[in-house]
Design a protein around this ligand. Structure first.
Ligand code: FAD
Length: 388
């Protein structure tokens, strides 16, 4: 397999933009109509996800050693779409037909062999991952909504009880789907694992958002939704670590940070935790009561609220990170950041400029659909607060 040739051919095809997924799905659904039901009824927005992920992964087959764990998990995760081993060749056929179509005369026998071998390798790892996951987890969990509280115009807090225990680590996210929507999105449990197995989710309705709008405006107590296995290690906290933490959250980005606070509490903390929680306006702090309770019970937890457009502090930036840096020097701490992509991007850039080390910054932006593991190159100076 010639990795450079694979990458080059993929970048040529990717230049055709939206036409690529259009061709891919038409080919797939025409040849294998039964695969149509795995995708949402409304394909807008779905279009580029599978194809760009596929093209990217397959053309990076030279890094397969570092991708094996991720692909293995991805195979297990794809069981939630009812993907079975026999669907992989169908997807491979549609992918090759799409490449052939767009590359025209540049599509050679060598390229056919390269793409066939690379796709075969990657799909086999995913099939193995799916088989291994069978022994551990169901493809998805049915969960009953035990509580549904509208905390603001566009935010709801849901309490869920999965039919079987859904194991996860604080800071991870789980797949969520509503049976009427048939699309999966990630949401981060806002609690550490509980003995009764219940989960709390904080969901903000994205304008026109398929899944989030359904969860906020179109669900009620006793409805059932579907959950899928947890993913991610960007915000997880090394168990029983000792380093102090700085938590920066805005909007529903507070959810995984709340889970981390509960983890620290459950471990009987020796850490100090400073939490900066932001919202665009005072009315958007949707979980104050819980935050106040935590701060009242745990003396190691200090909370600062930051309002984006605070009329009391017109000269100040509304970013949580700017407020935190104005308040102190946190360079000896691990910093966990969660919120919109814009908030996370600004925070990471600002902290890096202020001399913070990449290995002490743990972050997740909610704006992107989760796609893969963070490629960490830097290691933390003290990994007691780091990832696992
Ligand atoms: C790892 C991870 C964890 C997440 N955890 C949470 C969580 O705990 N709580 C939570 O509320 N959300 C969370 N999200 C975001 C969530 O997964 C969805 O992306 C979001 O709810 C929108 O999905 P949708 O189906 O409603 O919108 P879609 O139908 O996918 O998109 C509809 C429209 O909304 C826009 N859009 C998509 N996502 C966002 C967004 N986040 N903000 C603003 N506009 C958007 C799109 O560009 C599009 O125009 C998380 C995302 C990731 C990747």
């Amino acid at each position: 397999m010639d990795a450079a040739r694979l990458k080059q051919s993929w970048s040529q095809v990717a230049e055709f933009g939206d036409l690529v997924p259009l061709h891919f799905y038409s080919t797939l659904f025409l040849a294998y109509p039964e695969t149509r039901q795995m995708f949402p009824s409304n394909m807008a927005g779905q279009r580029d996800r599978l194809v760009s992920a596929l093209g990217h992964i397959v053309s990076h087959v030279d890094q397969v050693d570092s991708l094996v764990g991720f692909l293995h998990d991805l195979g297990g995760d794809h069981r939630k779409f009812a993907v079975r081993a026999e669907h992989y060749p169908a997807v491979g056929e549609a992918l090759l037909a799409t490449l052939r179509h767009f590359l025209g005369e540049a599509w050679t026998d060598e390229l056919t062999q390269d793409w066939t071998a690379a796709y075969g390798l990657i799909s086999q790892v995913m099939i193995d991952g799916a088989q291994a996951a069978e022994a551990v987890n169901p493809p998805w969990w049915v969960a009953e909504i035990l509580g549904h509280e509208r905390r603001s115009f566009d935010v709801a807090v849901l309490t869920l009880r999965p039919q079987y225990l859904l194991p996860f680590a604080p800071g991870q996210s789980i797949g969520v789907s509503h049976p009427a929507v048939r699309a999966w999105r990630y949401y981060s449990p806002a609690n550490a694992p509980r003995s009764d197995g219940t989960l709390e989710l904080h969901v903000r309705a994205a304008p026109g958002g398929a899944v989030s709008s359904r969860l906020v405006y179109g669900c009620a107590v006793s409805d059932q939704i579907h959950l899928a296995a947890p993913v991610g290690d960007r915000l997880t906290l090394w168990p029983a670590g000792t380093s102090d933490l700085l938590l920066l959250g805005s909007g529903t980005g507070w959810a995984p940070l709340k889970a981390l606070v509960e983890q620290v509490a459950a471990e009987g903390s020796r850490r100090r935790v400073d939490l900066y929680v932001g919202a665009r306006s005072p009315g958007e702090f949707y979980d104050n009561e819980a935050i106040e309770k935590l701060a009242a019970v745990y003396p190691w937890l200090a909370v600062t609220y930051v309002v984006g457009l605070d009329p009391q502090r017109p000269a100040e930036s509304g970013h949580v990170v700017d407020r935190a840096l104005a308040d102190g020097d946190w360079r000896s701490r691990h910093v966990y950041i969660c919120g919109s992509d814009e908030m996370v991007g600004h925070s990471v850039t600002t902290l890096a400029r202020a001399g913070y080390h990449a290995g002490q910054l743990h972050h997740e932006g909610f704006g992107k659909h989760w796609y893969g593991p963070t490629w960490r190159t830097a290691t933390a100076p003290d990994d007691s607060g780091g990832v696992r």
